[in-house]
Write a protein that binds this ligand. Structure first.
Ligand SMILES: Nc1ncnc2c1ncn2[C@@H]1O[C@H](COP(=O)(O)OP(=O)(O)OP(=O)(O)O)[C@@H](O)[C@H]1O
Length: 302
């Protein structure tokens, strides 16, 4: 078992993962995450994000390299209930008669004995997790009777109920509306405040600078990782995605005189990533973010 008091860390060291058909999905991938971090995992379709999550969980054994969670193996971390994982999609029989409450209670199974009789503590935690994702009103609803975004919230609540201090979230924002995305981001921020490590894959590039301290950019290997400010550059993103990113340019030809320098973009599915003059990242909470970056740099003695 891994002692609870150990400082949190996830170390991916020179990890190569090959599938049984011989396809090498990830080659020589390396990065390290420490407690109190939200890290985005960004890459095109098929770049190896889900593979990396599965390798961190220990569901796929690396052909080379290793994953260390708080200095121990993935299996030890799972036994110590350190890690919670929300896969991209759940292979679930949606017609199975199980309620939202039951699904979130499944997150407590690892903490129960073999009889799986929930204690008052388990019920309190399930209640609290449903509240945190705003799904209390749906607690008795059958899981198959929820919308896609509501299902996502419920699986997030189940992961929260596991009380793992390392959360791996594979595309939690896919198919959710802006309000739900904002609620999930708020939740992740509060987990960061509690010292958790959150690794979250996303295609919503515009959200990344809003809430992620660090970024791991991948394309079958780790192309770059580190603070959002230094990694999330136009050059790195172009390298990672090749020609597959949509590009909008707002030059003087499209910004009219009477608009000053103001441009408004409305979008629902994907938040655009906006670079300002000289390639700096544009996001709403710039001041708050800069203060946070300074504070964190001080903490790690940079
Ligand atoms: N079980 C499998 N057997 C063989 N190859 C696989 C398997 N699962 C995934 N792959 C391949 O490994 C590569 C990485 O897949 P992965 O699911 O990790 O990508 P991803 O970055 O999560 O993609 P997406 O953004 O589409 O979710 C892809 O080329 C995929 O076809």
């Amino acid at each position: 078992m891994i002692p609870a008091a150990q400082p949190l860390s996830v170390e991916v060291a020179n990890v190569t993962v090959a599938y049984t058909n011989g396809h090498i999905a990830l080659r020589d991938a390396s990065f390290t995450l420490n407690g109190g971090t939200i890290c985005a995992l960004v890459g095109a379709n098929g770049s190896g994000k889900s593979t990396l999550f599965k390798a961190i969980m220990g569901f796929l054994a690396p052909a080379k390299g290793k994953v260390l969670i708080v200095g121990g193996t993935a299996a030890a971390a799972r036994r110590s209930k350190l890690v919670a994982y929300v896969p991209q999609s759940e292979e679930v029989d949606w017609s199975f008669p199980v309620s939202v409450w039951d699904v979130v209670m499944m997150g407590r199974y690892g903490h129960m004995n073999f009889l799986r009789i929930p204690r008052a503590e388990d019920k309190r935690i399930v209640q609290e997790c449903l509240e945190r994702v705003g799904m209390t009103a749906f607690r008795d609803r059958q899981i198959g009777e929820l919308s896609g975004g509501q299902k996502k919230r419920v699986f997030l609540a189940r992961a929260l109920a596991q009380k793992g201090r390392i959360m791996l979230l594979d595309e939690p924002f896919t198919g959710v509306d802006v309000q739900t995305e904002t609620a999930i981001i708020e939740l992740l921020r509060s987990l960061r405040e509690e010292g958790h490590i959150i690794l979250v894959s996303t295609h919503n590039l515009g959200s990344v600078p809003e809430f992620c301290d660090q970024v791991v950019l991948i394309n079958r290997t780790v192309l770059a990782y580190g603070p959002t400010e230094t990694v999330f550059t136009e050059a790195n993103l172009t390298h990672a995605f090749g020609g597959v990113l949509r590009q909008f340019h707002f030059e003087h030809s499209t910004i009219q005189e009477h608009d000053g320098r103001t441009v408004k973009l409305l979008t629902d599915d994907e938040r655009p990533l906006v670079f300002g003059k000289d390639g700096h990242l544009e996001y709403t909470d710039r001041q708050g973010r800069e203060a946070l970056v300074k504070e964190r740099a001080k903490e790690v003695g940079e």
